[in-house]
Ligand binder design. Structure first.
Ligand code: NAP
Length: 247
């Protein structure tokens, strides 16, 4: 039987590339989306065209009750999620003095609380099966301050500690928990800011590789972390940033 993968926020961007890569690697892949239903259907269709198996599933991971319903549905069909990729995330830029409470809550709820409660459900059944993989899509900003989107980096710093806490607590059950910390990847998250050539030039100045990556530059590493070859990689953060963090 195929192992079961769930990728949150997988209708577009990095999540879509990860879902496609896992689907093509032979995992039965659940493609979570919040709003992008058509895009999630298309991701599933591409996986099926390539000979894999995938289903879309709606849930706002910022809502505890939606997470419970999503896991109930998947577990009813398969008993467990074997591979969880916590990818759903939002970023809203503004000075620290301006953040209203609702924006603070939505960033923290989606980026950190959502990942926490998806992990909680997945860890319960992974522990019973004595096998599991959790990959948290964090950011280089889990360690580096942004200067203009502090709640985002605070949420990612929390995610990085969550990775290490879960890796330490559940490593003895054949479960690995790791983070991937991307640098600049061209998606809807940064499309608007990168439309400004001066901003793009400033970003590129700090990247030794001298290009902004594409979502598939992240998905290969996710597939590696699900493999038996990666069974001893636990509690790690894999930086994929073209050398940005060297600055
Ligand atoms: P994106 O293109 O803006 O996509 C965001 C994804 O998150 C969408 O699929 C969206 O789904 C989903 N999402 C948002 N709110 C959600 C919710 N409440 N419930 C479920 N899904 C939700 O962003 P991206 O660049 O691919 O980012 C993916 C992850 O990579 C994020 O965690 C981000 O922090 C991280 N990252 C990105 C970069 C970068 O340069 N792009 C760098 C470092 C880290 P819907 O459309 O269905 O709402």
């Amino acid at each position: 039987m195929s192992k079961i993968a769930l990728v949150t926020g997988a209708g577009r961007g990095i999540g879509a590339a990860i879902a496609e890569a896992l689907g093509k690697a032979g995992f039965l892949t659940w493609v979570n989306y919040s709003k992008s239903s058509e895009a999630a259907e298309k991701v599933c269709a591409r996986i099926r065209e390539a000979g894999g198996n995938a289903y879309p599933i709606q849930a706002d991971v910022g809502k505890y009750s939606d997470i419970q319903k999503m896991f109930d549905e998947i577990e009813k069909k398969h008993g467990a999620v074997d591979i969880l990729v916590n990818n759903a995330g939002i970023e809203i830029r503004m000075p620290a003095t301006d953040y209203p409470e609702e924006i603070y809550d939505s960033i923290m709820n989606i980026n950190l609380k959502g990942a926490y409660f998806c992990s909680q459900r997945a860890l319960r059944t992974m522990k019973k099966r004595n096998w599991g993989r959790i990959i948290n899509i964090s950011s280089v900003h889990e360690e580096r301050p942004t200067g203009n989107r502090g709640i985002y980096s605070i949420s990612k710093a929390g995610m990085w500690m969550m990775t290490r806490e879960h890796a330490k607590e559940y490593g003895m059950f054949g479960i690995t928990v790791n983070s991937i910390a991307p640098g600049a990847i061209r998606t809807d998250l940064n499309r608007k800011v990168l439309e400004d050539p001066a901003y793009e030039e400033m970003v590129l100045r700090n990247i030794p590789a001298k290009f902004i990556a594409e979502p598939y530059d992240i998905s290969g590493a996710v597939v590696f972390l699900t493999s038996e070859e990666a069974r001893y990689v636990n509690g790690a953060s894999l930086t994929i940033d073209g050398g940005l963090s060297l600055n």
